[in-house]
Design a protein around this ligand. Sequence first.
Ligand code: MG
Length: 157
Amino acid sequence: MRTGIGYDSHRFAPGRPLILAGQRIAFDRGLVGHSDADAVTHAVIDAVLGAACAGDIGTLFPDSDPKWKDADSLLLLRLAVEHVRRHGFSVSHIDVTVILERPRLGVYKQAMAAALAGECGIDADRVSIKAKTNEGMGFVGREEGLAVLATATVEGP
Ligand code: MG
C-alpha cells in the first residue's frame, strides 16, 4: 500500500464553465486553465501518480502540448491510472478536499465521486469528496479561485 498527495488551484473568470470532477457546477464563473481547468481531477491525478512515484501531471500532460488544450480532465485521469497500472499499481481509495467559499458542492458530491471512481476502476464508496470554506481568508476567501487537496492510496508490488 502506498499513499500519494496532490494539490491544485485555479483562478475564477467569468464566461467559463465550472467543472469539478467532470461535473458542470452551476455558478456565475468558471476556472481558467489550459485544459478544462478541472482542479479536483488534476489534484487526484497528481495524488495517483505520486502514490506510484510515477511522475506528475505536468510531465505526463505538458500544457505546452496543444494536444491537451481544452482536454477532458477525466480522460487525463484515465490515462494516468493506466500509466500507474503499467508500473504495477491499482488505485484503492481517493480522498478529496475542495477549498472554496462558493458555490456549495453538496448536491454534486455523489456524482463527483462516481465520476472519479469510474476512471480509477473502483466503487464510488471508495471515493470521498469534502468541501470547506477558507473562512474568508486569502485568495480563496476573496473568491479569486479555489484550491483542492487530494490523496490516493494504491496497491502494488
Ligand atoms: Mg490544474
